[in-house]
Design a protein around this ligand. Structure first.
Ligand code: HXC
Length: 510
């Protein structure tokens, strides 16, 4: 009996070695942790339950029968993050480059199925050369099975991907269908195909970093939601994110103890808005001043900086924030901002996370580049996302809310629940100068008349009161009391129930 027990330990030790010490050393030399070390950082101590440690591939082509590694290049199972259950898979680059074989794919599918049945998130730590080349179509079939599960799980359980090595081909399409993608700077890459093939096909010379590194995907393509310095930081941030999310779409996000008074007054907000309406200010300052303990988990920070998206807590409860950023493009909505914010709004709605919208928007960004690239269709995404969202929605207009962008930014008309404005709000079809130059075009030569018309327009429309008279604004509030107002607003909406008409699914302008 003792021998048998010892044999089990020996087998386990062998499985834990993955592709062997030399390859582990290489992984470390490249500044990367191994799959198991990553899981140690990600999960609560001693919480990991591993499955399928001895699964091996079945391939016999290209001498593969002689290259068997227990576990087949992926470590799978479940564990906890601050006591809450999550399913995990961590690809082991030391085993055949973490490539996906038939059995490797089956291991991932098994924990995805369990996650769906038990209503817990799936976190994938991706470090893979893509489809296992020696297995051909079996490997593609395995990917397809994972993709299908990604799609079915979308909107049911949160799916988080961390890219922790070179991910090519199929290895990027599964993460692409998950809710959030984090990358590690200088050691992770995502591309459909790498620089060598790019050179052959398009004759472009490009480095892996330029083609698909963290800066490319966080700032240019928006494929990734955030990038971090190293494996440990990325995994610590996943823990922080999971803490903000519900385990599935039938549960509410967790409530954490808060030591920040819900009615905290912040007098500095009374002077946040500059006297000159064209002077920018930092909307992030408002977000952090409203949040519990000033904590803002920003998503897509480096992309479409004219709109801010991320999570805060109010009274310990998760709230998704979307806010125009007057510091960049004056806070205009462009294609990138609309796509970024729409996806965030839809995530929050799918997972019952209430939405706070902070508005200072002069309109949609005009111009041929925007029009030719489809600002009409892409701009409609954010409008659509807000209008279909049935979670509690609270809006605060701090300054400009002009034109179509006023409607889009969670206005009353697209079923926002509680809409506040600061006294500095200007709710109008457009800015006074532009408006006067259109409706009084024949007076343009007469500077005095134009000045008088502009002053008149400003007095009438550069305020929140016209909208408040109509009930489009529920209350004009003091900036210093905003935190108290919005926490009470969200508290009053906890019982909200709103149904959309039955449909198979909607047809958001993609
Ligand atoms: C089998 C693979 C592999 C793969 C890497 N390896 N990729 N084995 N299938 N796809 C093995 C290598 O042979 C090597 O084995 C070990 O993993 C480490 O690889 P290296 O090349 O030494 O590492 P590195 O220099 O860091 O380069 C990593 C890499 C490169 C950039 C990922 O290996 C690479 O380009 N691989 C191929 C990528 C690819 O084209 N994948 C198929 C995509 S098609 P040893 O024994 O030496 O340690 C696809 C289709 C799905 O995914 C589409 C669905 C929509």
């Amino acid at each position: 009996m003792k021998d048998i027990l010892d044999q089990l330990e020996e087998r386990r030790d062998q499985a834990r070695l993955g592709g062997g010490q030399a390859r582990i050393d290489r992984q470390h030399k490249n500044g990367k942790l191994t799959a198991r070390e990553r899981l140690d950082v990600l999960l609560d101590p001693d919480s990991f339950e591993e499955y399928d440690m001895f699964v091996a591939h079945r391939s016999v082509d290209f001498g593969m029968e002689k290259q068997k590694f227990p576990g087949d290049g992926v470590v799978t199972g479940w564990g906890t993050i601050n006591g809450r259950q999550v399913y995990v898979f961590a690809q082991d680059f030391t085993v055949l480059g973490g490539s996906v074989s038939e059995t490797h794919g089956q291991k991932i599918c098994k924990i995805m199925d369990m996650a769906m049945q038990n209503g817990a998130p799936v976190i994938g730590l991706n470090d893979s050369g893509g489809a296992r080349i020696q297995e051909g179509v079996d490997s593609l079939a395995a990917y397809g099975e994972v993709f299908q599960r990604n799609i079915e799980a979308s909107g049911v359980i949160p799916q988080i991907s961390v890219i922790m090595g070179p991910c090519a081909g199929g290895a990027v399409y599964s993460p692409a269908m998950t809710d959030f993608i984090f990358m590690v700077r200088d050691s992770s890459y995502m591309f459909v195909t790498g620089p060598d093939v790019v050179k052959t096909v398009t004759n472009e010379t490009v480095t892996a970093e330029e083609l698909g590194g963290a800066s490319t995907h966080t700032a240019k393509s928006s494929v990734a939601d955030a990038a971090f310095e190293n494996d440990v930081e990325a995994l610590a941030e996943v823990r922080r994110l999971v803490d903000l999310l519900p385990l599935n779409n039938r549960e509410k996000p967790p409530v954490r103890p808060s030591f920040d008074a819900h009615d905290r007054i912040d007098n500095s907000l009374d002077t946040l808005i500059p006297d000159n309406p064209n002077t920018p200010y930092d909307m992030k300052e408002l977000i952090t001043k409203l949040a519990d303990e000033g904590d803002f988990f920003e998503m897509q920070e480096a992309y479409a900086k004219n709109i801010l998206t991320g999570f805060i807590r109010l009274e310990g409860r998760t709230v998704g924030v979307v806010a125009n950023q007057p510091m960049v493009l004056a806070g205009c909505i462009d294609i990138a901002a609309s796509r970024k914010a729409a996806r965030f709004v839809r995530f929050c709605d799918a997972f019952e996370i209430p939405l706070l919208t902070l508005v200072d928007v002069p309109g949609f960004l005009p111009g041929t580049s925007q029009e030719w690239n489809g600002v009409i269709k892409h701009g409609a995404k954010l409008l659509y996302a807000y209008g279909e969202a049935t979670v509690p929605k609270v809006t605060v207009i701090t300054r400009k809310a002009y034109g179509g962008a006023y409607d889009v930014m969670a206005s009353k008309h697209i079923r926002s629940d509680i809409n506040y404005a600061w006294p500095t709000a200007e709710i109008a079809v457009m800015g006074a100068k532009g408006a006067v130059e259109i409706i009084f075009r024949n007076e343009i030569g007469d500077a005095e008349a134009i000045a008088a018309r502009t002053a008149d327009y400003e007095e009438k429309f550069a305020t929140p009161f016209k909208a408040a008279e109509k009930g489009f604004i529920d209350e004009v509030i003091m900036p210093h009391s905003t935190r108290r107002r919005i926490t009470r607003a969200f508290a009053s909406l906890r019982g909200k129930q709103q149904k959309m008409p039955w449909k198979k699914h909607n047809n958001i302008p993609l």
